[in-house]
Write a protein that binds this ligand. Structure first.
Ligand SMILES: NC(=O)c1ccc[n+]([C@@H]2O[C@H](COP(=O)([O-])OP(=O)(O)OC[C@H]3O[C@@H](n4cnc5c(N)ncnc54)[C@H](O)[C@@H]3O)[C@@H](O)[C@H]2O)c1
Length: 345
């Protein structure tokens, strides 16, 4: 089996590449990345050491993908920030997230390869989520369930409304999902769509607009200033990257059970955390730190927790909690302090 991972030098792609190669040394793993994400270049040496092939290419250029032979594509290349396009860069965002996806589907179709697409909870509109009823508790918002399709005490499932505005990032991902649906329906492409909320773990080069768990851990570790936009009671469920690997492993090896479907996947309510709660966890380890509170950003969500009911019926459940994920991130930072210092500085 040859597996091509586009965006494979990034957080999700590189973790999947290393885990797949380690569990299935007989598989050929090819990572394809243009190294746009700061820090992704640090993985190249490690790919070489692990026996993973690396192609320096850009998903926007069809020619870069042509001639690559593979049986399965994991599409993990993206401009993954919800703030992307705010200050320009809209063409890059759309060319990569949408046109790049079309390029990779064309190649997959030609090669009769299967596709696993990493979509996002950001396909659901801000207003749909923020207009639900929440109780403001001491450290977090708590969801009040009231007869809205797709909403339950477990969180949000695939039936949540898609009517409304969702950011350009979310729009490129939803448009990609619809295009995949058409390739499945019209051309028989075999594809799975996974819509995940926050994914976290070792190997993420966290930024203010993407990767908040790592950003928090790193800024405590390197004693850098931190700001909270809003009151810090926003809640997210955290999907540990190793739980995601378990799911992708299962999907690769029983593809037909998942094919032509989309799934909300996440850490679930038990692995949810607010910024204030995360901050308290970091304070317990590192001591007090002054946090600067700033005005809430318009694109922020009060709450996002994945209802995993559909996917758990297919024998996958997340296992790791937020503390475990935070520990893994801190161990990674400690082990790679020298390399990471300049990235998080
Ligand atoms: N990390 C999360 O919390 C999260 C949540 C939901 C969905 N996702 C999705 O998972 C995927 C991976 O996200 P991530 O967190 O690993 O992001 P990342 O930024 O760490 O990785 C993305 C990789 O894509 C590469 N890339 C960007 N533009 C490219 C281009 N034009 N051609 C080739 N490579 C390009 C970057 O260099 C980077 O290495 C994305 O599709 C993202 O939308 C991530």
């Amino acid at each position: 089996m040859t597996i091509l991972i586009t965006g494979g030098a990034g957080f999700v792609g590189s973790n999947l590449a290393f885990s797949l190669k380690s569990k299935y040394p007989q598989y050929k793993i090819i990572v394809f990345d243009n190294l746009r994400r700061r820090g992704s270049e640090l993985n190249i040496k490690k790919f070489h050491e692990a026996g993973i092939a690396f192609i320096h290419g850009d998903i926007r250029n069809m020619e870069d993908l042509e001639g690559v032979d593979f049986d399965l594509l994991i599409e993990a290349s993206a401009e993954p920030s919800v703030l992307a396009g705010m200050d320009g860069g809209r063409k890059y965002l759309i060319d990569t997230n949408l046109n790049g996806l079309v390029n990779s589907l064309e190649i997959a179709l030609k090669q009769k390869a299967k596709v696993i697409f990493l979509s996002t909870s950001r396909v659901y509109p801000m207003e749909v989520i923020n207009s639900l009823n929440y109780e403001e508790k001491d450290t977090r918002y708590a969801l009040h369930v009231n007869n809205v399709a797709g909403v339950s005490e477990k969180g949000f499932c695939e039936e949540l409304s898609l009517n409304g505005y969702r950011t350009l990032y979310g729009a490129t991902k939803l448009a990609s999902e619809y295009i995949i649906d058409e390739y499945v329906h019209m051309f028989g492409l075999e594809a799975i769509i996974n819509r995940s909320g926050v994914i976290a773990g070792a190997g993420q080069f966290g930024k203010v607009d993407q990767g908040f768990l790592t950003l928090w851990a790193a800024n405590y570790y390197f004693n850098k200033p931190l700001s909270i936009f809003g009151n810090g009671k926003q809640v997210r469920d955290i999907l540990n990257i190793n739980d995601l690997f378990d799911l992708i492993d299962l999907q690769i090896h029983s593809f037909e059970n998942f094919s032509a479907q989309r799934f909300n996947i996440g850490g679930g309510l038990k692995a949810s955390v607010s910024l204030l709660e995360l901050d308290a966890m970091c304070q317990n380890r590192f001591g007090n730190k002054r946090i600067d509170f700033k005005e809430q950003r318009g694109m922020d969500l009060k709450y996002y927790v994945s209802d995993n009911t559909k996917i758990s019926n297919l024998r996958w459940c997340p296992k790791r909690n937020v503390e475990e994920t935070l520990n893994e991130i801190l161990m990674w930072i400690e082990d790679n302090e020298k390399d990471l210092k300049w990235i998080f500085a």
